[in-house]
Design a protein around this ligand. Sequence first.
Ligand SMILES: Cc1cc2nc3c(=O)[nH]c(=O)nc-3n(C[C@H](O)[C@H](O)[C@H](O)COP(=O)(O)OP(=O)(O)OC[C@H]3O[C@@H](n4cnc5c(N)ncnc54)[C@H](O)[C@@H]3O)c2cc1C
Length: 472
Amino acid sequence: MIRKTKPEFIAPYLKDASNFSGGNAEEVIIPESSEELVIFLKNETRPVTIAGAGTGLTASRIPYGGVIVSLERFKEIAIEEERRIRVGPAVTLNELQDYLVATNWFYPPNPTETWASVGGTLATNASGSRSYKYGVTRDYVEEVELVLVDGRKTIVKRGLKIFEPLKLEDGSQISFPEISYQSPKCKNAAGYFVHPGMDWLDLFIGSDGTLGVFTKIVLRLIPCPADFVSGVLFFEDESSCWKLISKIKSFNGEEIAPCSLEYFDHNALEKLMRKHQNIPHHSRAALFFEQDVAELKDYDLVLENWYEFLSEENIMLDDSWFAQGTKDIQKFHDFRHDIPIIINEENSRAGRVKLGTDMAVPDNHFISMMEFYQEILGTSGLDYVMFGHLGDNHLHINLLPGASQMEYALQVYDQIAEQILEWRGTVSAEHGIGKLKKKYFAKMVGAEGLSDLKKIKDCLDPGNRLGVGNIL
Ligand SMILES: Cc1cc2nc3c(=O)[nH]c(=O)nc-3n(C[C@H](O)[C@H](O)[C@H](O)COP(=O)(O)OP(=O)(O)OC[C@H]3O[C@@H](n4cnc5c(N)ncnc54)[C@H](O)[C@@H]3O)c2cc1C
C-alpha cells in the first residue's frame, strides 16, 4: 500500500472538474487489493473520501480533511462470461470501450467524459448522451464487491431486495430503515435512490461515495450494434427543434428510435463555430441524434426512415450533417464533447467561474421548461450556454457571469431551481449533489426527506466518516 503525505503529492487529489478549491487531506492511501483496503479501514478512525478519476463536477471526491483512498491500482478487466464483464473501479470508460472493441459486446452508458473511472460512474450513476434509449449506469450493474467504511466487506448482487437484510462477510447484517422518502420519477441523480422493493445494489449506485467503496464491479453488456445512423441537424429557430423532440417521442421507439438526442442552443453553436467553421451561420439550434442499427442489412431502411421523417419537418436539411462512417460518428461525439471543454478552457483563461445546472423535469413539462429557460435566460443579461440531453428533458445551462454579476447569477440559478422543483423535477439528473448542490437538494427533498436519507446513511456509516460533506 502506498501512502502519500507530502502536500505536493496530495494536491492533485484535491481537484475535480468543478473548479472547487478549499479541500484538504492528511494523506492519500493507495491500496493494492481489497484485502489491504479492508485491513486499513478496520484500523482507521479518520474521515475517508474515495478518489476516482477526478472528472466529477460536484467536488464530491474533494475532502475537508481526513484521508483520501485512491483505488487507482484496481485496474483488472476481464470478460466473465457472455454479457458480463468484471472491472476494477479504476478502469476508465476509455479503457473499457477499447477492451470491448475486440469483442461483439457493447457497454451502453456514455457519459461524455471518457476519462471517468467506472467506480466514479457507479458512485454518480452517470448517464450521458445515450441514456435516452439505453438508460443509466445503474441499469448495467450486475454485482459489486463493496467495503463499508468500518472495513466490513460484502458482495451485493442484483436481485437482493431491501426488505431482506444485507449480509456482511463477518456474519453481521444491516436492515434497510423504515422511511417514506421516494426518489422523483424523472431522470435523477440527486441523493440516494429509493424506491419500494428496490435492490440494495441500486442504493449504493449513485450514493456519491458516501455509503460504501466499490472494489470490484460486474457490468452487464449487450450485443454490439452493427452501426449507428447519426447526424447533426440544424434549425433556423429553437422552437422547431423542441417540437421535433415531441414528434420523435410519439414514435414510441418504432421506426424512429434514437438512442441520443443532444441539444445545442445558439450560444453553444457560436462557441463551437470557432473550432467547427462548417456550422451554418444562420442556424439558431442544433440536435445531434444517433440511432443504433442491430444488423447491417437494416441500415439503409433506418436511414431512409429518418430522411423521410426529417424532410417533412422544419429543419435546415441541406445544411445538416449525416455520418458517412464510423469516423464521422466519432466526430459528432467529439463535437458534443467540445462544448463543455471549450467553456472550461475559456473560463480558465478568463479566470471566470461557471454556474452549471443539471436539472430535469418529467415529460409533461418539457415544452414549458424550454420556454421558461428561453424567457429567463434571454432577459437576464447574463452570458449563458445551453446544451445537453433534450430527449431526457435534461439540459445543462452554463451561466457565465462576469466578476460583478456572480450574486445576480446565483439569484437566476435559484429562480430556475425553484421552477424546476415546482414541476417535480430534480436539481441533479446525472452529476450528483456532492458538496456543491446541497442547498438545492435540501429544498428538493425537504426536512423530512433529509431525515429519512440520514437514516439510510446511519445504518451503513453511523460515524458519518465516508464522503463527509456530500449530499447531506
Ligand atoms: C467535460 C465533462 C463532461 C461530462 N459529461 C458527463 C455526462 O454526460 N454525464 C454524466 O453523468 N457525467 C458527466 N460528467 C461528470 C463526470 O464525468 C462523472 O460524474 C463521472 O462519473 C465521475 O467519475 P470519476 O471517476 O471522475 O469520479 P470522481 O470525480 O473522482 O469522484 C466522483 C464521486 O465518486 C466517488 N467514487 C469514485 N470511485 C469510487 C469507488 N470506487 N467507490 C465509491 N465511490 C467512488 C467519489 O468519492 C466521488 O464522490 C462530465 C464531466 C466532464 C469534465
